[in-house]
Design a protein around this ligand. Sequence first.
Ligand code: NDP
Ligand code: 13P
Ligand code: ZN
Length: 349
Amino acid sequence: MFDKSTWIRLPRNVVVGHGVLDRTVEAVSELHLHGRPLVVTSPTPRQVAAEQVAADFEEAGEDPAVVEIGEASFESVQRVIGAAEEIDAGYLVGVGGGKAIDIAKMASHDLGRGFVSVPTAASHDGIVSGRGSVPEGDTRHSVAAEPPLAVIADTEILADAPWELTTAGCADIISNYTATKDWRLANRLQNVEYHHYAAALAEMTAEMLVEEADSIKQGLEESAWAVVKALVSSGVAMSIADSSRPASGAEHLFSHQLDRMVPDAALHGHQVGIGTIVAEYLHGGNWRGVRDALATIGAPTTAAELGIEEETVVTALTSAHEIRDRYTILGNGMSEAAAYEAVETTGVI
Ligand SMILES: NC(=O)C1=CN([C@@H]2O[C@H](COP(=O)(O)OP(=O)(O)OC[C@H]3O[C@@H](n4cnc5c(N)ncnc54)[C@H](OP(=O)(O)O)[C@@H]3O)[C@@H](O)[C@H]2O)C=CC1
Ligand SMILES: O=C(CO)COP(=O)(O)O
Ligand SMILES: [Zn+2]
């Protein structure tokens, strides 16, 4: 008997363009959601967009509430769940960077309520994915979360955000090269389930972005448009796979380990970019091509540009395999000598 089944959860409305923040209420009303909206945000995105979104819901007679979170943690998820229960929220609207969106989608999943994603930065590919990423103690969890019913990405806001947020988003996409290589390796060595479509989409997204790298420039709204479309596509790959595997391999383990060792030292995407250079080198691939693409976009390619000590980078590389049960090119761990060899050869230090 044929007994395979798949259930892919994708957004219904993806609205991308200049000034579309104003159309958030309209995009949500199309979804036939009921009850009060709870807007989940963080300090800067609150000023940039969330207050406006809440005011628009108010004007439409939807009686919204706003909750502000500080960090990506399970405590923040619990606080948002509490706030939603208090007002008996009908659905959650995450407005912000990766942190606010992750917390909102995880809380939505727990509450069994709809989730709407309103990114204020083109900095990460969690805008669409049905995964949440949070640290807990010495480990980093990739947990099931509510994929968005709608995504409203206002390119005016994304283009106005600090440029390094966009270069971080580019690097998060470029990491799909090594994430998919790690996925295939894990499939061959460990029989980890592999989805050809999801991997092909993730890789094609990275390839298209690298081909366009020369035209991704600060101050151009078209660049924000190109990057956010790629981030959406990468998130769809994760949704198809029902796993972050298409977009997260050894380079992400390295970044998560840096988050533990030196919290908030650098942006997620920038750390991931450095991890991609090293992981591509370990795979025997075209690490110079990865490095050059990152440099063209203006993303860091060295530990110094990340603002992280060389020794910290090496320690993160030697211990990254411990952070999660995910087989990658790091195998059972790099020796310190091998880590130094890799970062020196690739010019990371
Ligand atoms: N679930 C998934 O599939 C994925 C999840 N992630 C997660 O996302 C997070 C990384 O996302 P990232 O966006 O880099 O992190 P943050 O959400 O921390 O945002 C980075 C910084 O940008 C600020 N910011 C956001 N929007 C604007 C704006 N328009 N103008 C000025 N500043 C702005 C934030 O302000 P403030 O400090 O006020 O919030 C914050 O200081 C990580 O936790 C990562 O694990 C990443 C990829 C995929
Ligand atoms: O950041 C991600 C993809 O870009 C996914 O996060 P995880 O590595 O926690 O699964
Ligand atoms: Zn990422």
